[in-house]
Design a protein around this ligand. Structure first.
Ligand SMILES: [Zn+2]
Length: 456
């Protein structure tokens, strides 16, 4: 049995200070209290424990190309679609060992930044030729192996990808992604369920790349067949061109079509949902579907700003994801999201509701609760008796944190911290990263993989 004493521990309504936590052998919480239980000895941690963060949207392989698409030509447009071309080139060249080495490095970095769970939106399934691997979930299995190696929790989302755009056949650059029909996708899903069995902290979810990549009537048919207790993830309305193509093909905008044709509920996680009308944002919030926002990637790709105020006003829930991994700091995601809204509204109160006026705490409540739903986990507080103890611990010796009152600490962390202030990350009661130290062999394997990939 383990027992920790922290300077503070953050729950959904605020800090316990100090906090005494006892865990069972598996790292599940037995007791949380502001008072010491005298029958036990606690190991003293000079730090503030926040709940482990959820990264609700990741394409691990894209980490290999961060920073590579920033050579711009003043004469030509460089937009999302040009970036996608570079991403396809990378997707076509990655071998299983490289995938595993890249994901291992990336997941270690996620832990270092405070993420303890990742939802891997995984669509590179086949061999570079386009032929399926003998094990249909070969690459998904490599992602789970990578997560297991570093100790991050993973929700593997094998993605259904069928087409090259609304009413268009897939192109050759997409050959590693494709399942031609629901039956093939179900086989992939089945193999993926087997792939997660190697790791007790792995879960499965389901998903479709986008309405442009799977025929919308097939999306509807698939959803009717799937186990509706699993989270369902989909990219939607990221680009204006996609909205225009949807209007031309379906006579409706993508989110409008989903609202009118699918029974949306809180198992749905719509990634980006950048371009919404006021009515779509309100209806989406009312449906209880979640939105997964990826502010650093959306900014980097020039997607646009999400209608956050309208969505929140109607009670909408959102989480965050690092998507292309151009940014890996959860607090930076929250800041980019908030500052984008402040810059267009000329107001500072993005993250508020009638019951929560503390920006930092409001933001973390969304990140954690909607993020956990994206992983397939339902909870009612940040740390709860019976649940695993997963935490990001901030260093209590950092002067600006050390002098904070309970009221100011969360927002100081969210708005003014960097990764040098992290003491470490705990998963299932064990430290998986301390003082930013990542195992040397993980770095060496990553460097070797990128050298053989020859893309940078
Ligand atoms: Zn994505």
């Amino acid at each position: 049995m383990k027992a920790y004493r922290f300077k503070g521990l953050l729950q959904k309504d605020g800090w316990l200070m100090p906090a005494f936590v006892r865990l069972d052998e598996q790292g599940n919480i037995l007791e949380i209290s502001e008072k010491k239980n005298k029958s036990f000895t606690y190991s003293n941690v000079n730090g503030f424990a926040l709940p482990g963060m959820q990264n609700a949207h990741s394409h691990a392989f894209q980490y290999a190309m961060v920073g590579l698409t920033e050579q711009h030509d003043s004469k030509n447009n460089d937009d999302f679609w040009a970036w996608r071309k570079a991403m396809y080139q990378l997707a076509l060249s990655i071998e299983p060992d490289q995938m595993e080495a890249i994901a291992t490095m990336l997941y270690a970095e996620m832990l270092r930044h405070g993420y303890t769970e990742v939802a891997e939106f995984h669509y590179v399934h086949h061999q570079p030729s386009g032929t399926p691997y003998l094990n249909k979930a070969e690459l998904g299995e490599r992602l789970v192996a990578a997560a297991k190696k570093v100790g991050i929790k993973i929700t593997l989302i094998p993605i259904f990808y069928q087409k090259g755009g609304f009413g268009q056949k897939a192109n050759d650059g997409q050959r590693r992604f494709l399942s031609s029909n629901i039956k093939e996708y179900q086989q992939l899903l089945q193999s993926s369920k087997t792939a997660i069995e190697q790791y007790k902290s792995a879960k499965i979810a389901v998903g479709v790349h986008s309405l442009r990549a799977v025929e919308p009537v097939v999306v509807k048919e698939l959803i009717e067949q799937l186990d509706d207790s699993l989270p369902f993830h989909i990219h939607v309305s990221e680009q204006l061109k996609e909205v225009e193509a949807s209007l031309a093909y379906l006579g409706k905008r993508p989110v409008e079509w989903m609202l009118d044709n699918l029974d949306l509920n809180d198992h749905f996680h719509l990634v980006h949902a950048t371009h919404l009308t006021k009515s779509e944002a309100t209806r989406l919030a009312q449906s209880k579907a979640n939105v997964v926002l990826c502010p650093s990637t959306e900014g980097n790709l020039g997607d646009g700003l999400f209608s956050l105020k309208t969505f929140q006003k109607a009670g909408g829930n959102w989480s965050i994801g690092t998507d292309s991994h151009i940014g890996l700091n959860p607090f930076e995601e929250l800041r980019i999201l908030d500052y984008g809204q402040r810059l267009i509204s000329h107001q500072r109160n993005t993250f508020t509701s009638e019951t929560q006026g503390n920006s930092g705490l409001f933001a973390l409540n969304n990140l954690i609760f909607s993020g956990r739903k994206a992983m397939g986990v339902a909870t009612s507080d940040f740390f709860e008796k019976g649940n695993a103890f997963d935490a990001l611990v901030m260093d209590g010796k950092v002067p600006i944190l050390n002098v904070c009152t309970k009221e100011n600490l969360t927002s100081t962390i969210v708005y003014a911290s960097d990764v040098s202030m992290h003491l470490g990350t705990i998963v299932n009661g064990e430290w998986v990263i301390k003082k930013g130290q990542i195992n040397r062999s993980i770095k060496q394997n990553f460097i070797a993989a990128l050298k053989t990939l020859k893309n940078r």
